[in-house]
Design a protein around this ligand. Sequence first.
Ligand SMILES: Cc1ncc(C[n+]2csc(CCOP(=O)(O)OP(=O)(O)O)c2C)c(N)n1
Length: 648
Amino acid sequence: MSVEEGTANHGRLLGTVRGPQDVKRMTAEQLDILAAEIRDFLIAKVSRTGGHIGPNLGVVELTLAMHRVFDSPRDRLLFDTGHQAYVHKIITGRQEGFDKLRQRGGLSGYPNQAESEHDLIENSHASTALSYADGLAKAYALRGEKRAVVAVVGDGALTGGMCWEALNNIATAGNPLVIVVNDNGRSYSPTIGGLADHLSSLRLNPGYEKVLDTVKDALGNTPFVGKPMYEVLHAVKKGIKDAVAPQAMFEDLGIKYVGPVDGHDVAAVESALRAAKNFNGPVIVHAVTRKGYGYRPAEEDEADCLHGPGGAFDVETGQLVAAPSVKWTHVFADELVKIADERPDVVGITAAMAEPTGIATLARKYPERVYDVGIAEQHAATSAAGLAMGGLHPVVAVYATFLNRAFDQVLLDVAMHKLPVTFVLDRAGITGPDGPSHYGIWDMSVFGVVPGLRIAAPRDSASLREELRDAVAVDDGPTILRFPTGTVAADLPAVRRVGAVDVLAESARTDVLLVAVGSFAGLGMEVAARVAEQGYGVTVVDPRWVRPVPAELVELAAGHRLVVTVEDGVRVGGVGDALGQAMRDADVRVPLKDLGVPADWHPHGTRAQILADLGLTAQDVARDVTGWISGLDAQPVDPAADEATAKN
Ligand SMILES: Cc1ncc(C[n+]2csc(CCOP(=O)(O)OP(=O)(O)O)c2C)c(N)n1
């Protein structure tokens, strides 16, 4: 039941919710109305700001039930990945914040400790909640604190290896802990295949057939994973119907299993959670939900159930309001297909992000040459090593922030074996609204230490295509190609090439060598123009390949009075740092200033806002450069001679 939108009473109940206690007091009928109001609220707000609408619409009832059964913040509610915590935010007194969701100074798109005592895990990387839960439950057991620990984890996140490492430990420890599997079937799920046959009243629930039908409908539309997932579910159903004990994976581990329960039935979820709460050991509650539930454009969105529109969208259609533009991702996807047309050994790997990384374009043309490994970046890297050992050239497309996870795999499994694997890092640099854990600012530092690994940072569409081709042509070690989020920069042709380095601008005077990394090339040009107005000559170069440091870059540095690097990554161990080291090694004693992102946690906002905060705008950099070079002018050219003059 719901109160019709636009009527005087609509939103009335939601307006009374200031904290979890208000939800606890409600009747079943009120909860139905509240769920509808929350959905309307979410759609209205998120359609203006962008954000994770699909996942949140799917957990409305689940979250209400959790807050009714448990006492947050005393009991700990953990959200894996955290993108599905909007309803939790609404219930815990943060409704007002939704007007500025993911915007500067506004609500974070993930749980955030500074926002609320009800939030704990800020990490937006998947598959961690069960490990946090394991640790929390152990801590409370040791300290003698009676607090429940509840972790919500999606079937997608459950494909991440950490979850299975955690389950192994949770089972051994045996501490009370509730794992709510939010199974919306939107990605391949190994969970279901091993589900234990734990007898529960819910399993005999007559609504169960309906749950499975709902899921079947949803899964039928899911590319890649829909079929196998449904088949496994179906096998579970058969197992239950035949009263045959299925492979009792969870039970074998020692974790009780309750479900499947209709995740859109508050009473059913509540009753499963109460049973789990009273069990006094680790329990899995398997809730079947539908992503985007109650909002047709999300339910019917085949690509991703409106997983997370990046900006405002039209409520009627679910389509983004902003005019479409050519993104870095599109250029990569397009060129990759062209390369794959010519090179049958080129294959693609995605860690559950085929569409957002553009690998889906390759999959549409060559489905047998693309592997979706689930949210398993570590496995992706080592599996790519295997593919390369087997004679293929894998292109692993992930967001820059997520490859951090696979450092050891890239280092030892790929690089030490000198295997030709290309990692394409989308969303590199400061990304913006998703906040600190989503920034792709570590890759050049972290992977810069890997022997034999080459890193390219294209500046525009043409260089992206060229460097991707260069990367897949490398056959004796790994390559990384990294580019930022958003609309691809306009092509910026080089005036000449020195070795592998592109010279983008030069003047008669060689005062400053400005090394503009990747998409900062445009900023470099603007800086050069501004500094030229002050009478100084700036040579702007794009190194193209930033690791290893090109020898030509060091030679160019030697021919200038000041070197300035600008990069969209952390300064520690960044391109500037590496160039400085190479210059010292070569005895090039030209002063170097390295501009980049301080190694810190930078809050969410737009990319432009954050770059401005960091002084990474053309205006700021030009002012800095002018100050530094004029400072050099002010210094005595020969300190000894100057000293002598002073004495006379
Ligand atoms: C390590 C890591 N890789 C990739 C992602 C990107 N990502 C965010 S949500 C998501 C899908 C999660 O699916 P699921 O856990 O089932 O939650 P749902 O959105 O379906 O509710 C992915 C791949 C991530 N957050 N972390």
